[in-house]
Design a protein around this ligand. Structure first.
Ligand code: SF4
Ligand code: SF4
Length: 377
């Protein structure tokens, strides 16, 4: 039976983090259950972009350091890795405090690059991920607990999308288009191909609101650990008070008939009861009316009308052009500090919102979405 351990942890004081990480490994059989001497161990962090740890966008360095020390004690060779959406890797890792961890421990902090094929997935047969993902003996997933404009939540499974190299991420967004379930199905295939043996989620202080980069820090006070990352994500979704039907990952898993969709109380252990709910969590302002059945005659026009659109906030814009670079749909034109959207091309991936360094892209509901919110669907 796959189990999820939830540990109450309210700050990043190193001795508390060490004790929580030690407890997480012990519960699942100890570090040697996962790592043999000499193993190359990829620590897949969340380094979506270069933000300081206090912004709570990236996996906290204290969590990464604690896990890396434990791997070293087992005789393994940890490598901290990720592939930021647009930032230079070394600059992002420096700002997020991960280069400091690598220097202190004398271990590599490496960009996930050089794409090679993953095993074919159930829905997607040609997925590529970084060579290090294929070459590592062991992958340990270290996500951050956050809300997410496009996928509602980013937890353990979504973190593995970072194994896809750099700009190929934008290409996948474009290929998958407006369909959230289809993107979630891609995430399921990536998760299966990457096959992390263990996930430890940093939810000590995560993010709510307009995550994954523009929300506010939120004190969830939890470190979650699991061998089955999907079960962990569905438990956290429930504890966040999100009905599973609103979570695209759950819908995609249900379409595949995956047993993880049915949560059983005896699969949760630790400091939180099965009926525990985080209170006061704000979900992203973006919205997709997925509770309306998708019918064959619905074209992209109606799909777009059922989804919140990104909008520019000119008074915040610094004219850096990051949004334009990341938009695989070619829907953005920047002129000075004025940004123009071609909504007929926009696939509502919100990568522009995610990568804007100064939160100059917000959301605006279509009349249909406003109506949907009003009547509660
Ligand atoms: S404009 Fe923004 S939301 Fe629309 S496709 Fe481009 S990056 Fe995605
Ligand atoms: S909207 Fe944001 S990402 Fe785009 S140019 Fe302005 S500041 Fe840069």
């Amino acid at each position: 039976m796959s189990r999820v351990l939830l540990i109450r942890q309210t700050d990043y004081e190193p001795s508390g983090i060490d004790s929580a990480i030690g407890r997480a490994f012990e519960f699942f059989g100890g570090g040697k259950h996962f790592v043999a001497p000499g193993d190359k161990v990829l620590l897949k962090v969340n380094l979506v972009a270069g933000h300081k740890p206090e912004r709570r966008v990236t996996t906290d360095p204290s969590v990464v350091e604690s896990v890396a020390r434990l791997i070293l004690d087992c005789g393994g060779h940890p490598v901290i890795g990720d592939s930021p959406g647009i930032d230079s890797f070394s600059r992002a890792a420096e700002r997020a405090g991960l280069m400091d961890v690598a220097r202190r421990l004398g271990i590599p902090c490496a960009e996930l690059d050089d794409p090679v094929a993953l095993p074919p997935g159930e829905s997607f047969h040609k997925i590529e991920a970084a060579r290090l993902v294929r070459d590592a003996d062991v992958i340990i997933n270290l996500p951050k607990m956050k809300t997410h404009g496009q996928m509602l939540l980013t937890l353990g499974v979504k973190n593995l999308f970072g194994c896809v190299v750099g700009r190929s991420k934008a290409a996948w967004h474009y290929n998958v288009g407006l369909n959230r379930e289809c993107f979630a199905s891609l995430l399921l295939d990536i998760c299966k191909g990457v096959a992390p043996v263990f996930t430890i989620l940093d939810g000590v202080i995560g993010m709510d609101g307009d995550g994954p980069t523009s929300g506010q820090p939120f004190p969830y006070g939890v470190i979650a650990a699991a061998e089955d990352v999907l079960t962990m994500d569905f438990w956290l979704c429930r504890m966040l008070g999100v009905p599973p039907e609103e979570f695209p990952l759950w819908r995609a898993a249900r379409q595949r008939g995956l047993p993880e969709c049915e949560l059983k109380d005896d699969t949760i252990a630790g400091d939180f009861a099965p009926d525990y709910r985080f209170s006061g969590v704000r979900l992203p302002a973006s919205r997709s009316l997925r509770l309306i059945p998708r019918l064959p005659f619905m074209g992209p026009l109606i799909e777009r009308a059922m989804t919140t659109r990104p909008v520019h906030i000119p008074e915040r814009c610094i004219g850096c052009g990051q949004c334009q670079k990341v938009c695989a749909a070619g829907a953005l034109t920047l002129s000075g500090k004025k940004l123009f959207f071609d909504y007929s091309r926009c696939i509502r991936c919100y990568c522009c919102h995610e990568m804007c360094p100064v939160q100059a892209i917000g959301f605006k509901d279509s009349p249909l979405v406003r109506l949907g919110k009003f009547i509660g669907i």
